[in-house]
Design a protein around this ligand. Structure first.
Ligand code: ATP
Ligand code: LTN
Length: 326
């Protein structure tokens, strides 16, 4: 069995893109591997957060994870800040990283907009991420393509420390989530569905009520040739609807195209509304039960305990190899 680790930030409401591109694959992995899923609240404070909202979002995300099918008996689900070894290891790794390599991180360059006074936390973000991963002797890290550079840095840090201080870390591999699972924006099918798009109708959030789902899908951008066919290049809007339909129903895209031959886009959209509502309703029901429950807090506390056992063992090894402590 391999160990899988991934982290998600407790920001905003998850959308269909997050579900089909990431969560669904996390759930599938737990049947093959030993999975550790972490809600990375300390990464979130690299930019200012409202304390009450941050805490609420942490629980929202945890409840959503359980609602989509993460099984706390199989996977460890916990909150980063409840295991202090993340911060501790982050410092040790900081002392083995170079300002040059961190300045080259694309995410940092984008988020700091080249300002001199960018928050230091943004600069250190990838080192904390490396600590998350290396703390659990992780073999595989399932993440989006945008995280490739951070995984490379994690591997470099692990190899560097192993060479200098003796075998300390497992060198992890990234597993980049399927490119085909990229869900596009409903209003502009050439850009990805994203929680930072100001247009609410550009996305479907996992907790949206049926009327909101209907409005978003019925107003989705298509084209004017009226033929239901999969052609990302020339028909990005219709192709996106077909991809979502296929991912949620399990039917191959060709079968859907055959089924809707001679129909208008309105028919396809109506069917997609129904399929989406059917897929999200049970998730929302479970979410509404779990979110206010004591069970949620108990699951996360149990996750902290199980994560701590692994994290403490790694930190003990790190301290020994580095000559830290008595
Ligand atoms: P933003 O666009 O505001 O930066 P986001 O909505 O892309 O945020 P992230 O927190 O960056 O969300 O991503 C969480 C996970 O969801 C990542 O693994 C990412 O690859 C995946 N993901 C995000 N958007 C999509 C999408 N449209 N299609 C498929 N996967 C997605
Ligand atoms: N940077 C990641 C979130 C993240 C993560 C991690 C992912 C923080 N720590 C450890 C995998 C492993 C993101 O923005 N998706």
């Amino acid at each position: 069995m391999k160990r899988v680790f991934s982290g998600v930030q407790p920001t905003g409401n998850l959308h269909l893109g997050n579900y089909l591109g990431a969560l669904k694959q996390f759930v599938e992995l737990q049947n093959e591997d030993e999975c550790v899923y972490c809600i990375v609240d300390m990464h979130s404070i690299t930019v200012p957060q409202d304390p009450k909202e941050l805490k609420a979002h942490t629980l929202d995300i945890a409840a959503l994870y359980l609602a989509v099918g993460l099984d706390p008996k199989k996977s460890i689900v916990f909150v980063q800040s409840t295991v202090p070894q993340h911060a501790e290891l982050s410092w040790v790794l900081t002392c083995n990283s170079y300002t040059g390599e961190l300045s080259r991180m694309t995410q940092y360059k984008q988020k700091s907009h080249g300002q001199e006074s960018a928050p230091t936390g943004l600069f250190m973000y990838p080192v904390l991420m490396a600590a998350d991963i290396l703390l659990y002797d992780t073999d595989i890290v399932p993440v989006g393509n945008d995280q490739k550079q951070h995984i490379e840095l994690t591997r470099d840090l692990a190899i560097r420390v192993n060479n200098k201080y003796g075998k300390t870390f497992v060198v992890p591999d990234g597993r980049f989530l399927k490119a085909g699972a990229r869900v596009m924006s409903l209003d502009d099918p050439t850009s990805k569905m994203s929680k930072s798009n100001p247009n609410e109708k550009s996305r479907i959030s996992l907790l949206d009520p049926p009327n909101k789902i209907k409005k978003a899908i019925m107003s989705a951008t298509t084209d004017s040739d009226g033929v239901i066919a999969f052609d990302v290049e020339n028909k990005p809007g219709v192709s996106n609807l077909l991809s979502i339909y296929s991912a949620l129903s399990g039917k191959p895209v060709e079968d859907i195209c055959a089924e809707y031959e001679g129909h208008g886009y309105g028919d396809l959209k109506k069917a997609l509304v129904e399929i989406t509502v059917d897929a999200l309703t049970p998730i929302q029901q479970r979410y509404n039960e779990i979110r206010p429950s004591q069970e949620l807090v108990d699951i996360l506390k149990d996750g902290t305990e199980r994560a701590s056992v692994i994290a403490e063992a790694t930190m003990k090894r790190v301290k020994e190899n580095f000559g830290l402590g008595l």
